[in-house]
Design a protein around this ligand. Structure first.
Ligand code: SF4
Ligand code: SF4
Length: 514
């Protein structure tokens, strides 16, 4: 039964918890998307997606053109990379990357030649009749990954072979995190691309229905999408305006709002016949299939009170954050903190000398208090506020106690891995406990232990195999030694039959002599 209805009468449901947050989006939506200039140097990390880092296809000194493949997927879950402009491969070396660790990682560095010369476009004509695996292969070659932040390879997520039939595709346009407005602007300005991408994804999934979900506080984007849908005249696609509650843009939460069904614990939307993609990913699919362009740029929200002219900017992958902030008028005097992503789920960066990657949706610069307030932590008072707002129906306070006690097995029992790190519990905790940091720490510890266990298992298996080989070799040596010994003894003692004959001859000889 429906909990509520959208404006056009679609049945909607509620997810547990959540918060109504101030959007702070107007500061970056006042002007159209700006196109950032191509920088002189581009830094392209080999790992900017979920899965294995890509394998370079180029060498230092080589000239490349825009759109040329410079790295290929290293495994089943990996992504291709393409030159964002023409120029020379200056190096393949470690550079700072946008990661909470603040560490460096392998990057391809391109020095632009200023011509921006491109390789010929490679569209997929007649995609309407192409088999799903051909569409997936095309998206794999074009390096398309999820642009909602997770950067999971899109072609892998569209592979549903061997699974039950997909009942519907959900396009996620519920951009609920404060400050971020890149999807809103994309839907306003490129709604037709989103709709076209949705139709290509339906073909790849062999699904019959697509819901494009958008928060009902984005009227311009909603109107643009309605116009695009009318023009596409495809009755399989529908637009659903959903109420604005954080974190509705979470995949599991959005699916619950649209269907009333919960993605099973430890499961995937696929398990209930649903596949969910971000609207910007759909637009990237359109560009790859219809226009033949690989993923070399994206819209990034550059915002916060620390930026002079906040805006949404289309930037080439590899452009440094600092250059984009400069393009947006530079820092204001109050800027003291830099975040990649939004204030709820983003992470702080120590430097702006890190490049835009495929998953960069927002660069937020602001005051410490504005983007990540410094807080004095007090003991948990067991008020239960955190559990009230948790959209995953977890008990954050219990997870916190077990994390503090380093009882990570217990945190698993309390479904730590269902935590989507939305930050709602952090925000309401009267004791100002940084709960999400504790949960991230616990997850890292568990993954680390699993890695150690896997390594120990491999080492044990290797040791056992070596022992078995040594024992086998020792047995063989023993057997050889035994056979040799027998042969020697035989040689020494001679053949018994021959000995009998010899004795008989000796006896006969003696007899004849008598
Ligand atoms: S961060 Fe995790 S535990 Fe906290 S409210 Fe969100 S999902 Fe629940
Ligand atoms: S909100 Fe904070 S103080 Fe209250 S139970 Fe949760 S962790 Fe404890």
């Amino acid at each position: 039964m429906a909990d509520m209805r959208s404006r056009d009468g679609t049945e909607l449901h509620r997810f547990p918890g959540g918060l109504e947050l101030p959007g702070n989006k107007a500061m970056s939506t006042g002007r159209p998307v700006r196109i950032a200039p191509v920088p002189r140097e581009l830094i392209i990390p080999l790992s900017q997606h979920i899965g294995e880092p890509s394998t370079p296809l180029v060498e230092a000194g080589q000239h490349v053109r825009r759109g040329e493949a410079i790295a290929e997927p290293a495994s089943a879950i990996s992504a291709a990379l393409h030159a964002p402009t023409s120029g020379t491969i200056a190096a393949i070396e470690d550079r700072l990357i946008p990661h909470p660790s603040g560490l460096t990682a392998r990057c391809i560095v391109i020095h632009a030649d200023g011509n921006d010369a491109a390789v010929p476009a490679m569209p997929l004509p007649k995609w309407e009749h192409a088999p799903p695996d051909e569409i997936r292969g095309h998206l794999r070659s074009a390096g398309i990954v999820g642009l909602g932040g997770a950067a999971f390879p899109t072609w892998v997520k569209l592979d549903t072979e061997g699974r039950p039939a997909i009942e519907r595709l959900v396009l996620n346009g519920a951009e609920c995190e404060p400050y971020i407005s890149c999807d809103d602007m994309l839907m306003r300005e490129r709604a037709a691309d989103v709709v076209s991408g949705a139709r290509i994804m339906l073909r790849a999934l062999q699904a019959a229905r697509c819901q494009i979900a958008i928060e009902d506080n984005k009227p311009e984007a909603e109107n643009a999408l309605r116009t695009a849908l009318r023009e596409a005249n495809d009755e399989r696609l529908e637009l659903v305006a959903v109420p604005s509650v954080y974190p509705e843009g979470g995949e599991k939460q959005l699916i619950q709002v649209l269907t009333g069904r919960e993605v099973p614990h430890d499961g995937l939307p696929l398990d209930i016949g649903i596949v969910c993609h971000n609207v910007a990913t759909a637009a990237a699919v359109h560009r790859a299939v219809i226009q033949g362009e690989p993923l070399i740029s994206r819209i990034v929200t550059v915002t916060g009170q620390g930026v002079a002219e906040p805006a949404n900017v289309e930037a080439r992958v590899g452009t440094l954050f600092g250059e984009l902030i400069e393009f947006c008028g530079g820092y204001t005097q109050i800027s003291s903190r830099l975040i990649m992503g939004g204030p709820m789920m983003g992470f702080a960066l120590k430097s702006d000398e890190v490049p835009v990657i495929k998953g960069t949706n927002c660069i937020l610069a602001g005051r410490e208090e504005e983007v990540a307030p410094a807080r004095a932590t007090m003991p948990c008072i067991r008020c239960g506020e955190c559990a009230q707002v948790c959209p995953a129906s977890l008990l954050p306070q219990v997870l916190y106690w077990h994390t503090r006690a380093r009882d990570f097995e217990k945190t698993r029992e309390y479904d730590l891995f269902d935590c989507i790190e939305c930050g709602c519990c952090d925000l309401v905790c009267p004791s100002q406990i940084p709960l999400v940091s504790h949960f991230r720490f616990a997850k890292t510890e568990i993954w680390g232990k699993e890695l150690e266990r896997a390594k120990a298992d491999i080492a044990r298996q290797r040791h056992e195999a070596r022992q078995a080989r040594l024992e086998h070799e020792a047995r063989e040596q023993e057997e050889k030694r035994r056979r040799k010994q027998e042969a020697l003894e035989k040689m020494k003692s001679g053949d018994p039959k021959k000995n009998e004959i010899k004795a008989a001859l000796e006896r006969a000889r003696k007899k004849s002599e008598q």
